[in-house]
Design a protein around this ligand. Sequence first.
Ligand SMILES: [Zn+2]
Length: 197
Amino acid sequence: MTENEILKEIVETGKRMYEKGYIVSHDGNISVLLEDTVYITPANVSKGFMTEDQIVKMTPDGRVLNGLKPSSEYKLHLAVYRSNRNAKAVVHTHAFYATAFACMGLPLKSETLAEAKYQLGDIPVAPFAEPGTEEVAESVAPFLGQYNGVLLEKHGLVTWGGNLTEAYFRTEMAEFLAKITYHIHTYKVGKDDSKNG
Ligand SMILES: [Zn+2]
């Protein structure tokens, strides 16, 4: 892929995340690693209205190459690339159902849904760390090698993949799994209540 193709794909993915309601306001961030450059979404810009010239270029050790201000979660993105050599793209959102599970501290179990088992795998919960700090990167470190995504406790969802399409689809699948899991649970509670009542 060329740099221009990556910039275009990041802009399109940002719009999709915004339109799907996975992010509001300036939330969420996206990055792609190409050779020795990380392309990452900027701070304080809505990803629903972002343009290609706003995307930050940086080195994998965190040096900005084009004078722009990267997402406050850039350390989280760099930690993924450092610890998982297969990861070439990272997506962070506050997708509604996935974030509800993150706030409850409950992992997503992929055995619930056949497609999630094949395309995603289990999504564990990384213990709470203040958003935008180095501690977020530390909290996810134990999970980066063996999973395709992680819930950030009381915060949101991060997924990664071999390219941006894969990383983004894992976000979609994790959100779908969270939604299905929520509704199964609600249905079961409803049934139990009617038995008891
Ligand atoms: Zn966030």
